[in-house]
Every structure is written in C-alpha cells, then in structure tokens.
Design a protein around this ligand. Sequence first.
Ligand SMILES: [Zn+2]
Length: 50
Amino acid sequence: MPSPAPSPQADHTAACLYCAQSTEYPLDHPGTVLCPVCEWQEAQRCACSG
Ligand SMILES: [Zn+2]
C-alpha cells in the first residue's frame, strides 16, 4: 500500500488572507500573503488614492 499523499504542494503554500485561495508563497513568507487576484485589487485601490 502506497502512503497517502493528499496534496503536498497545498501544504507548503500559504493561503490568501482575504479569500483563502492558495498562493505561490511559502508558509513562512514574511508580510501579507495575498493571491494574484487580491494583490491586483489592492494595487487598484492604491492607484486610486491621490
Ligand atoms: Zn485572495
């Protein structure tokens, strides 16, 4: 019987703080971890200020 391997990649990547989507960042990534979608939305908000 082969040992069960649920999803090794998902276990080593941090989840987005906003939508909980899996990101490409490691679990020990410093700072705010956001998925590409939330990062884009944040960039749009910042672009609107000023
Ligand atoms: Zn997100």
